[in-house]
Design a protein around this ligand. Structure first.
Ligand code: SF4
Length: 384
């Protein structure tokens, strides 16, 4: 059975199921049918095929949360990682419960920015940059007064609810990989001409977006807890928290060069969580939804190298047999935490739900929801 193999030797193009896998899939379908419309199953693009085949919707984390909120289902089973289920819980109604197949599926990038670290370092950052806390303003979400200099926190969707709450309480906003540019522009207007943005947890998305806005890397110091900034905060416009995605950091320029050597007319698309040099060497970059559209837009016969999670790349390759689609890193492993969502866990949750239990519920405390919702709603008002 594929799940018993070391992750990196799983054949992602193999669609055959073992007897055990088929039994689990059949059992999921049967219990799902008995549960009816009160259950909605959501699957992130990075989930394995054995999960995606049962999902009512497949998409990125924000799109899935919106689908959950728009649905009449009272139970949402979120097949993704923990911060995604938290966001779904915040955006859904009180009568909707969000469950995960396993609560162990976290996100190593989200874990790189803890509330304790951010709260501890926040006053030091303000002092070093000479900025004010937007929380001191009567209306923290309003554009900055002339001459004022604030530090406006912006957090990527890939962060804990506790951090989103911090951001909301300090006049900041959430962003996704598709709207980061517009959100940063909004934040700069609130920071003022001499103010700055604190971007976390992913330094690469922050830097790549800052570069697209015309900023020099020199005005984007990286902040590491216990170490501080790696360069002067005096001229800083974006303070980048030190986090990164261990999956997307693996995509490199030599991989792009090697692909172009094999396919001189081939094209390369990567996720903006990749390092700057990789993004600059690629033909295009964008969110998972953007990557999907990019691949769909290429003519038959194209060769495409993709720098994102292998489950999504392999699925796109199966869906477009008229194109050659490969993962930029031949050795790449899947996201280890996304991979924790095994069909057996999905079956277990559905069966326990049928038995009257509410297993693995993700319930964000009301006081945390408050600030997080403010930060999410600010994002919606920018991108609506
Ligand atoms: S791919 Fe990266 S950012 Fe996405 S869940 Fe996995 S570790 Fe987190």
């Amino acid at each position: 059975m594929a799940t018993n193999l070391p992750m990196c030797v799983v054949d992602y193009m193999d669609t055959t199921k073992s007897v055990e896998e088929q039994e689990i899939a059949d059992a999921i379908r049967a219990v799902r049918k008995r549960l009816g419309n009160r259950v909605l199953i959501l699957g992130h693009h990075y989930q394995r095929d054995g999960i995606v085949e049962h999902a009512d919707y497949v998409g990125d984390s924000f799109m899935l949360s919106r689908k959950a909120a728009d649905s009449d289902a009272t139970v949402i089973v979120f097949c993704g990682v923990h911060f995604m289920a938290e966001s779904a819980d915040i955006l859904t109604r009180e009568d909707q419960a969000v469950l995960m197949p396993t609560l162990r599926a976290g996100c190593s990038m989200a874990d790189m920015a803890t509330l304790a670290e951010v709260e501890r370092d926040w006053p030091t950052m303000l002092a070093e940059g000479g900025w004010k806390d937007p929380a001191t303003r009567t209306d923290p979400g309003a554009p900055a007064e002339e001459g004022a200099a604030y530090l406006v926190p912006v957090t990527y969707m890939n962060s804990s609810a506790a951090l989103k709450d911090f951001v909301g309480r300090h006049g900041g906003v959430v962003c996704t990989s598709s709207n980061a540019k517009g959100v940063l522009e909004w934040a700069f207007e609130r920071a003022g001409l001499n103010g700055a943005v604190l971007f976390f947890p992913d330094q690469h998305l922050g830097r790549n977006t800052g570069l697209k806005l015309g900023l020099e890397e020199a005005v984007m110091p990286v902040w590491t807890p216990d170490e501080g900034a790696n360069s002067s905060m005096d001229e800083a416009r974006i303070v980048l928290w030190h986090g990164y995605c261990s999956v997307h950091e693996r995509f490199t320029v030599p991989q792009i060069d090697a692909f172009r050597e094999r396919y001189p007319t081939g094209v390369v698309v990567v996720h903006p969580e990749c390092p700057r040099a990789t993004v600059e060497a690629a033909d295009d970059d964008g969110s998972t939804e953007h990557i999907k559209r990019f691949i769909e837009a290429q003519p038959a016969g194209s060769a495409i190298a993709v720098g994102t999670e292998i489950n999504m790349v392999a699925r796109m390759a199966k869906e477009h047999p008229d194109k050659h689609i490969e993962c930029l890193d031949a050795e790449v492993c899947p996201c280890s935490t996304m991979y924790m969502i095994h069909p057996a866990f999905l079956l277990d949750v559905l069966e326990r739900l049928e038995a009257g239990e509410m297993p693995n519920q993700v319930a964000v405390p009301a006081d945390v929801q408050q600030g997080a919702l403010v930060a999410l709603e600010r994002m919606l008002s920018i991108t609506a």
